[in-house]
Ligand binder design. Structure first.
Ligand code: 9MG
Length: 282
């Protein structure tokens, strides 16, 4: 985890002295496990309210599905989905909203509406994203992936062990961010479970998550309901909660500071249990 135990996020200060739960809020018709459930502003707000009550410290709001084969979304469509929800979340809950986006316009407008963090699975690689993110002054989450979500599973041949590949990739993106004026204090790292990785890569990466500790930056892990659980346990997407809780606990034991999940209440318990064990050994 970061050497500092708090992260400046716009007008919020995120306490990272214990693991933070990031609740997933997809305002998309086609996300892999909750697509279509929160496509009206009112439904999205109700879901956010419930996740905050259950202990989420961050709401990760996404208007474009990153599941393989998802429809391409225009910038206007993404803005129309996301911005009204950011405005209402900020006005009604004053909560920490993370923008799950790769689109520069959504970063800029979302920040202007009061969002507090940028979570880009493409690590600010789209045109204008780096500059837009830098200008917001907000922290950014950089995630390892190769290619695009639609093609990423065709890019799983790596010359080096997966943890080295992830570390090299993130090192390069950190350098690019620093050159663009995004200081290290604003960076969160994410190994990108399920993105351009085989099941073997995902399991190995979880075992070696502490390899990324050398960066001394906060680590975000997203495994909730993902296919690595389906493959390891033979479970459909609706039956992956126990596997996800096991992975969330392991991630915390290995240094993750933020856990991204659809299932906030049980993840809070799992993570607090892991933390209690860690504290005993400290
Ligand atoms: C948007 N999204 C889907 N999965 C994710 C993951 O594992 N990490 C991050 N940062 N974002 C994700």
């Amino acid at each position: 985890m970061s050497s500092s135990s708090s992260l400046a996020c716009g007008r919020h200060c995120l306490d990272m002295s214990s693991p933070v739960i990031m609740g997933v809020l997809n305002v998309t018709p086609d996300s892999f496990s909750d697509g279509g459930r929160f496509t009206t502003v009112e439904r999205a707000l109700r879901q956010a309210d419930a996740m905050l009550a259950e202990g989420a410290g961050i709401i990760d709001l996404g208007g474009e599905s990153t599941r393989p084969g998802a429809a391409v979304v225009s910038t206007q469509e993404e803005m129309d989905r996301v911005l009204p929800v950011v405005e209402r979340l900020v006005a009604e809950f004053d909560c920490l909203v993370s923008l799950d986006t790769s689109t520069s316009e959504v970063m800029a407008e979302g920040a202007a509406c009061g969002a507090s963090l940028i979570n880009d699975v493409r690590s600010l690689s789209r045109p204008g994203a780096l500059e837009a993110a830098a200008a917001t002054g907000l922290p950014v989450c950089l995630m390892h992936m190769r290619g695009e979500p639609s093609t990423m599973q065709q890019h799983v041949d790596y010359d080096v062990p997966i943890e080295e590949e992830v570390a090299r990739f993130l090192e390069g993106r950190i350098a690019t961010c620093e050159q663009a004026g995004i200081s290290r204090e604003r960076i969160i790292l994410d190994p990108g479970f399920g993105f351009a990785k085989t099941i073997e890569h995902n399991l190995r990466l979880m075992n070696r998550l502490d390899y990324l500790a050398d960066f001394s930056l906060p680590l975000l892990v997203g495994v909730s309901r993902k296919s690595m659980i389906g493959k390891a346990l033979g479970r459909e997407v609706t039956d992956r909660l126990p596997g996800g809780l096991a992975l969330a606990s392991i991630a915390v034991m290995k240094g993750a500071g933020i856990i991204r999940t659809h299932d906030v209440a049980p993840t809070v318990d799992a993570v607090n249990m892991a933390r209690a064990v860690l504290k005993e050994g400290a």
